[in-house]
Design a protein around this ligand. Structure first.
Ligand code: 1CP
Length: 350
């Protein structure tokens, strides 16, 4: 597979410029989970097609990724896939169960389980390469954001066997057998890095590492057990020269550590204001965030006030990409999402 550069216009888009700390015509905005159940056109396309299957079909991936761009006029597309797609691609037996999330047939809790996890090679995911190339061609000046799950969040699904509130098996393994934990995370970092690289080499304009569940860790545990592995995944794509966004939920205490893992942009969830995030990170990184997704259900006046505040707070950062603090909730009214995009563009126009 040959390496493709992102289109020049996409590399000079508001999203990429903000991520590099350059001046922008308006604050760029996109939403985590902007494709998905909140859109009737998504539900129509997904009818009768399993999630993992949908992620491996370039016709569906292309269509679903483009839907929110057409409908909302967002400043970036996020590649339609899932963090467990590369795990399935290296032969781990798992499924994405509707209403639940990823479920792993045999949770990974011992050396034999860890040793079965092999590296991802581009030949495992030719469809991902194809989907990204098609999308980059269709999107033109709109940047495509590629993504992967970070080692800790991936490890949590593998060790717990599915979604978890307390991550008890994961933390037990981490503290009980640090060598095995580091071996597991080193393998996941290579998979994650390779998955990012496939998307970057096919022309994605930015890459986001989702460490969604890292917020359950103390700073000390993050440093001792996680940071180096996320850093390894991010380092795998450093030479591509596209901005790398590093995001987690409830990671207010970890923002600087996540930046120092090698990010160009630090994602902030709604629990910490952008002003506080800026202070905590010392203005070292552009920030992405951080509207509470539940506020999309609030009366327009309340939502508008909050959007304006976030845009205003973001002006003080070296760069600001407007987003939610986490993903769009399934019952969100899509028209409200479109209105927020318009409002962000209007109030931030320079
Ligand atoms: O059948 C369906 O429609 C299932 C719902 C769904 C969707 C639409 C899942 C299952 N994944 C996705 C797509 C998805 N997953 C995207 C699409 C692109 C976009 O943002 O528009 C992305 C970026 C992801 C990444 C992902 N998957 C994360 C990180 C982001 C986050 O939300 O924190 C995580 C944690 C997952 C695991 C996962 N996959 C699906 C669900 C419901 C979950 C979460 C389960 C849990 O609570 O642990």
């Amino acid at each position: 597979m040959t390496t493709s550069q992102p289109p020049a216009a996409a590399s000079d888009s508001p999203l990429v410029r903000a991520a590099r700390g350059l001046d922008v015509p308006h604050t760029p905005v996109w939403f985590m989970r902007q494709a998905g159940r909140s859109l009737p056109e998504y539900r129509a396309v997904r009818e009768g097609v399993g999630m993992l299957e949908a992620c491996r079909r370039p016709d569906l991936v292309t269509e679903i990724t483009l839907q929110p761009v057409r409908r909302h006029g967002v400043d970036a597309a996020i590649f339609f896939s899932d963090i467990v797609v590369p795990l399935a691609a290296v032969g781990i037996d798992l499924d994405i169960v509707p209403g639940v999330g990823p479920v792993v047939a045999e949770p990974v809790r011992d050396r034999a389980g860890v040793e079965r996890i092999r590296d991802l090679v581009p030949e495992d995911v030719p469809d991902i390469d194809e989907s990204v190339r098609r999308l980059v061609a269709e999107l033109g000046p709109t940047p495509l954001i590629g993504f992967a799950g970070a080692p800790f969040t991936l490890a949590s699904y593998l060790v717990e066997g599915g979604p978890s509130k307390n991550h008890e098996h994961t933390k037990a393994l981490m503290h009980g057998d640090p060598d095995l934990w580091h071996d597991l995370c080193a393998r996941l970092a290579r998979i994650s890095g390779a998955f990012l690289r496939v998307q970057g080499e096919a022309g994605a304009s930015a890459l986001q590492l989702f460490d969604s569940w890292a917020g359950v860790l103390s700073r000390a545990d993050y440093v001792r057990f996680v940071q180096e592995h996320s850093a390894a995944a991010l380092a795998e794509v450093a030479d591509l020269g596209v901005p790398r966004i590093h995001f987690g939920v409830g990671t207010g205490e970890l923002l600087t550590l996540m930046g120092e893992a090698g990010a160009d942009v630090v994602g902030v969830d709604y629990r910490v204001s952008l002003t506080d995030a800026l202070e905590r990170t010392g203005g070292r990184w552009p920030l992405q965030g951080n509207l509470d997704p539940a506020l999309l259900f609030a009366p327009w006046e309340a939502l508008e006030r909050r959007v304006r505040e976030i845009v205003e707070e973001g002006r003080a950062a070296p760069g600001h990409v407007f987003n939610l603090g986490h993903g769009v909730l399934p019952d969100t009214d899509p028209d409200v999402v479109t209105r927020v995009v318009e409002l962000v563009h209007e109030v931030s126009a320079r």
